[in-house]
Design a protein around this ligand. Structure first.
Ligand code: 48H
Length: 260
């Protein structure tokens, strides 16, 4: 019997840890750290990686996809406006026209977004929460991370740090990274200097504004997706996702211009 070919639990352990740690170590210095793997973060990651940026997503949960899985009230469909259909096509997501709406399956949408992100070379680290930012000379220079399991258990375990030229807050309704940044730096680049808070549902206005609100809110910190509307007092939009996709693409374009 060739013992070397037998399945060995310790060999399994070694290859898993060595390979995963290699990826983590190779991501200590990034061009862009994206916080949150919802639709806006996923789209931003793919276009940044396509533009040759070194990029990673840090996602608190086990799964990426954020609020997209559940479609509208758990009916697994999302609506997208015509101006975002091209992004569906670029990710290979099937859609159909129903009246003047474009509609896609929410589960297929998440699966294909994630698959294309991985193929683009962007890394996804799941089960990791960003709890703080690094700041040097009035610029955000990275993120401070810890295992989500540590966060949930409420253990006092010190975090680790990832440096990045840019950070994207794609954390959704809570705009968590903008909140932590504002606490540390005092004022963000918003009309009041504060996080203005999300307004009630108004899909048409919200879909337009989320793209306009995708911008740098402090040197080195961009905001995208629902977080952008939460920061700039714009309404929510319900299960229409074109704005999320367009916002992610816009964040990538704005940052790529700066990385040149
Ligand atoms: C690591 C974190 C942290 C953290 C949060 O909510 P999301 O899907 O975000 P968007 O902006 O890409 O998409 C918003 C959309 O899903 C939505 O909610 C819409 C359209 N709502 C309209 C309406 O009217 O309600 O994803 C954010 C992701 C999630 O996966 C979080 O787990 C993750 O970010 N996250 N990851 N560190 N500190 N905070």
């Amino acid at each position: 019997m060739n013992l070397g070919k037998m399945i060995s639990e310790t060999k399994i352990t070694r290859v898993i840890v060595e390979n995963a740690v290699k990826d983590f170590l190779d991501s200590l210095e990034l061009d862009v750290a994206i916080v949150g793997g919802g639709p806006s973060g996923l789209v931003a990651a793919r276009y940044l990686a396509d533009g040759k940026a070194k990029v990673a997503i840090f996602e608190r949960k086990l799964s990426v996809g954020g609020g997209m899985w559940g479609g509208g009230m758990l009916f697994p469909r999302i609506v997208v406006e015509e101006n975002a259909v091209q992004i569906l096509e670029e990710f290979g997501i099937k859609y159909k026209k129903d009246g003047d709406q474009f509609i896609a399956n929410s589960i297929e949408s998440v699966a294909k977004l994630a698959s294309m992100v991985i193929d683009s070379g962007a890394r996804i680290f799941n089960g990791i929460s960003v709890e703080d930012v690094m700041i040097r000379r009035d610029k955000i220079t990275g993120v401070v991370v810890n295992w989500t399991a540590v966060e949930i258990a409420g253990l006092h375990v010190d975090p680790l740090a990832i440096s990045s030229k840019f950070v994207i807050d794609a954390t959704g309704h809570d705009a968590e990274i903008c909140k932590v940044a504002q606490k540390k730096v005092g004022k963000l680049n918003t009309p009041s200097g504060q996080i203005e808070g999300e307004r009630s549902m108004w899909a048409e206005k919200s879909e337009r504004l989320v793209v306009e609100n995708t911008k740098e809110v402090y040197p080195g910190l961009f905001v995208a997706g629902m977080a952008a509307n939460a920061v700039f007092a714009a309404p929510r939009m319900g299960p229409i996702f074109g704005g999320m996709l367009l916002s992610g693409k816009r964040a990538a374009e704005l940052i790529l211009e700066r990385l040149i």
